[in-house]
Design a protein around this ligand. Structure first.
Ligand code: FMN
Length: 224
């Protein structure tokens, strides 16, 4: 009788993109025969989407360059009994976001030690340093980092960068006459959300097959 694998998904999302991906991943995981528990992190000092001014957007980009932490109100609690942990969030100024960094400081060791950890990254397009930092943090906290799930916004530059910035400050670039033809939406496509769902299901199958024998080869993650 195959075991029911369990995954704990801890994530932060500012503008809803990571939420879509993590929800789809968790639904896929459950569809694949597993159990998923989701913990969404919220900063103690609320960060409003969209930013209220161009200045506050630049200020956030500036402070996250220095990996300033944003304290969060949630605790994921005991991870005993989970086969894997997913840690998800957006890239902020090339780094993991302040709420995720804060959670890693506060609870990372307790939750990630001796666990397999899947990093999930939602970003406009630059994720290399973010992934490297997450991998380093996971290792130093005693976990094993598995291949990541990386989702970039599927729009060509320079429309993508300009479109993201406009969206973050509350504009609707996809509705602008000239711009909108080159920028269909802010964020991830429905195909990418379906990829997240498919991979959730795939991981559940792999974990169910392997029992407690350690990291399973066969998990390759995704960069999309
Ligand atoms: C303050 C800030 C800084 C950002 N910096 C980057 C960056 O350096 N590289 C990148 O690819 N995307 C960057 N982005 C874009 C987000 O990573 C992207 O929009 C992501 O999909 C948002 O996910 P979320 O809705 O879950 O917060 C930044 C967004 C914000 C708010």
């Amino acid at each position: 009788m195959p075991r029911t694998p369990k995954i704990l998904c801890v994530y932060y999302s500012f503008s809803g993109q990571t939420t879509k991906l993590v929800r789809a991943f968790a639904e896929g995981f459950v569809h694949g025969g597993g159990e998923a528990v989701i913990v969404r992190l919220h900063p103690v000092e609320k960060i409003h989407f969209p930013f209220q001014s161009i200045f506050s957007a630049f200020w956030m980009m500036f402070r996250t360059l220095f990996r300033i932490r944003d304290k969060v109100s949630e605790r994921a609690g005991d991870a005993e009994g989970f086969d894997a942990v997913l840690i998800g969030g957006p890239t902020w100024s090339f780094n993991p976001s302040g709420p995720v960094l804060s959670w890693l400081d506060e609870e990372g060791r307790e939750v990630l030690a001796n666990k397999r950890v899947v990093p999930l990254i939602s970003c406009r397009g630059y994720w290399g340093l973010h992934h490297w930092e997450l991998k380093r943090a996971i290792k130093s906290l005693g976990g094993t980092s598995l291949s990541p799930l990386v989702f970039t916004h599927p729009v060509a530059e320079p429309w993508r960068s300009v479109g993201v910035f406009l969206s973050l400050v509350g504009k609707r670039p996809e509705r602008m006459p000239f711009f909108g033809k080159r920028y269909p939406r802010y964020g991830h496509s429905s195909d990418q959300v379906e990829d997240a769902r498919r991979l959730g299901s795939e991981l559940a199958h792999l974990l169910a097959k392997e029992g407690d024998e350690g990291p399973k080869s066969g998990w390759r993650g995704l960069v999309a």
